[in-house]
Design a protein around this ligand. Structure first.
Ligand code: ADP
Length: 179
């Protein structure tokens, strides 16, 4: 586990399962239909129960780069923020859409008064975003938001495998987040 302070907020990198996190909101790496998929989305929907898919169906979808919020139902987390990252295409716009997915999630958390939020590594699974490109975008975007919006107190990256965890540690070092 790695932890660093950004202003009043703590940014954490841990290896683990996002479904088990006891935070105000966990973020789902969703798709534009908000239908349960594979990967982290499948795990979140299984743990939350069918009510989550029903709530997502009522919302009706979410464009890439944006986020939507629902209750957490049977999860420990009271809320799920469904963020839609880009499918990696190699286009420079990918980076902007990925940053926007993180930014939108944090702004939505703030609007709902949520202070502790956990993210998976959005877009680096089925959506094919190279880890060493995605990790610095994820960390720099969260750093920038918590520096300018001080209500968020904890941003935890819950990284499922060692390769992903190490990519985030390297990115944190390269960004100078680790002293
Ligand atoms: P995307 O379609 O946005 O690429 P994926 O769910 O395929 O989303 O993968 C995103 C990341 O989430 C990958 O690093 C994957 O290993 C990871 N992941 C899968 N299951 C979990 C889980 N239960 N908790 C945290 N991360 C997970």
């Amino acid at each position: 586990m790695m932890q660093f302070k950004i202003g009043l907020a703590t940014l954490e990198l841990i290896r683990g399962n996002i479904v088990e996190q006891d935070v105000d909101a966990i973020v789902n790496a969703a798709n534009e239909t908000l239908a349960p998929g594979g990967g982290v989305s499948g795990a979140i929907h299984r743990a939350a129960g069918p009510e989550l898919a029903e709530a997502c169906a009522r919302i009706g979808g979410c464009p890439t780069g944006e986020a939507r919020i629902t209750a957490g139902y049977h999860l420990k987390a009271r809320h799920v923020i469904h963020a839609v990252g880009p499918r990696y295409s190699g286009n420079p716009r990918d980076a902007e859409l990925l940053a926007s997915a993180y930014r939108s999630s944090l702004l939505l958390a703030e609007q709902h008064g949520l202070q502790h939020i956990a993210f998976p590594s959005i877009s680096t699974g089925i959506y094919g975003y190279p880890l060493d490109e995605a990790a610095p975008i994820a960390l720099a975007t969260c750093r920038d938001v918590v520096q300018s919006h001080s209500e968020i107190r904890l941003v935890r990256f819950v990284l499922f495998d060692e390769e992903t965890f190490q990519a985030y540690v390297r990115a944190a070092q390269n960004l100078g987040l680790i002293p």
